[in-house]
Write a protein that binds this ligand. Structure first.
Ligand code: HEM
Length: 407
């Protein structure tokens, strides 16, 4: 098999480790990943789906190197069945995650203005208004409340629709599709139907906005199609993940609030020094185990030597941003949440040209959520013992299923 024939330069290739998807409780760091880090710097893994094995890089230095190096390709992954976490996998044309340069730049260009720091500054008052309405409703109904259902899930959906330019009349339908697509319990068939519905709707709106001068994402994509810079299919493939991407904020913020609600010293710090919450959010972004196993692979286009191992052309490679974020070479006492950590060059949003498109938007939403919930609900606390909080299972993105709170 390929395992025996893999070459190495001086080092024997490391054994291939099975990485099952374990349903982890709370914010525990994946013990399998911890083991791979100890065995590292480079290991080999096999995930539940796809074929064969892949390299895994867990050190900060190597993660940065691999994610910045054009010799590792995403487009190439789409041509095979690389070992992976997800059962199905059907990259669409236009999807940023699967594009290499120069296509990636061409596809990203129509979005250039939409997710910048400036654009997010202009979005802020409207996003705050949306959030205030959600919190007003929660306060009106009174405690206890599930923060996930009442605030953490709807808020990112509504905000992203604002940025994308979803017309008021279509929002309910678009949000229903999105909820179905990200649902853990609705089944694959319902999710497929919702995907078809959403992608069909996106196609129609991109056509309808061909001559729009609007600054919303759908207008910008439609303009780029009209000018022949991207194809219509590509515009749709670009928009889909953005429309769905808010899910990451829901679950990341769920983990953040859980940490504050179960660590009194952390909550105390957030309340006592509100002007210094920003760096604490970054420390939490560094520390939170955002996802299960690893994200999307890359494939070596030529032989590359890393840490004494030769990654041969054609071999798949994963990087773990979660592991890199706990690398003691960069972060002293990495398993500790250290609110005063400075500098904090974490990789929670990735690195290189696949760096998260929605990072500034996500950061804005996390800030608004934490500020608004802490400031408007001074007595905020869990309504159940911490061990009774239920967590998402069999999922890519980790987080609490519900967050029952009172105030
Ligand atoms: C990619 C993290 C929110 C859209 C990524 C990557 C990470 C990440 C680690 C992968 C980098 C790589 O492939 O090497 C997060 C976290 C979020 C968040 C922690 C929230 C706390 C969002 C939001 C959106 C979004 C709100 C959209 C509105 C995307 C897209 C990509 C991406 C489109 C693919 C970019 C590319 O491959 O060029 N994100 N993300 N993300 N994210 Fe996010």
């Amino acid at each position: 098999t390929t395992i025996e024939t893999s070459t190495s330069t001086g080092h024997e290739p490391p054994p291939v480790r099975e990485w099952p998807v374990i349903d982890l409780e709370g914010t525990e760091f994946d013990p399998v990943l911890a083991g791979l880090v100890r065995e590292g710097p480079l290991t080999r893994i096999r995930l539940p789906f796809g074929e064969g094995w892949a390299w895994l890089a867990t050190r900060y230095e190597h993660v940065k190197l691999i994610t910045n190096d054009p010799r590792f390709s995403r487009a190439e992954v789409a041509r095979g069945q690389v070992t992976r976490l997800a059962p199905n996998f059907a990259p669409r044309p236009g999807s940023l995650a699967w594009a290499d340069q120069p296509d990636h730049n061409r596809l990203r260009k129509p979005l250039a203005g939409a997710f910048t720091v400036g654009a997010m500054k202009r979005l802020r008052p409207r996003a705050q208004e949306i959030l205030d309405e959600l919190v007003d409703g929660t306060v009106r109904e009174g405690p206890p409340a599930d923060l996930v259902e009442r605030v953490l899930e709807p808020f990112p959906l509504y905000v992203v629709s604002e940025v994308m330019g979803v017309p008021e009349t279509d929002r309910e339908q678009v949000h229903a599709w999105t909820r179905q697509i990200i649902s853990l319990t609705g089944g694959a068939e319902a999710a497929d139907r919702a995907k078809n519905g959403l992608y069909g709707w996106i196609t129609a709106i991109v056509r309808a906005r061909a001559r729009s001068a609007g600054e919303d994402v759908y207008s910008m994509l439609a303009g780029a199609v009209a000018r022949g810079e991207i194809g219509e299919e590509e515009a749709v493939g670009l928009a889909g993940p953005l429309q769905i991407g808010g899910e990451a904020v829901t679950h990341n913020c769920g983990q953040m609030l859980y940490l504050m609600l179960t660590r009194p010293e952390l909550m105390e710090r957030m309340r006592a020094r509100p002007a210094e919450r920003g760096p604490v959010l970054d420390e939490l972004l560094r520390w939170i185990p955002h996802r299960s196993t690893v994200g999307l692979a890359r494939i070596a286009l030529e032989d590359v030597e890393i840490a004494g191992h030769r990654i041969a052309a054609g071999e798949p490679v994963y990087v773990s941003y979660l592991a890199a974020n706990r690398d003691p070479a960069l972060f002293a006492d990495p398993d500790r949440i250290e609110p005063d950590r400075d500098p904090n060059p974490h990789l929670a949003f990735g690195n290189g040209h696949h760096y998260c498109t929605g990072a500034v938007l996500a950061r804005l939403q996390l800030e608004l959520l934490v500020d608004t919930l802490l400031d408007r609900l001074p007595g905020l606390r869990l309504a159940v013992p911490p061990e009774e909080v239920r967590w998402r299972r069999q999922t890519m993105i980790r987080g609490p299923l519900t967050l029952p709170v009172t105030w």
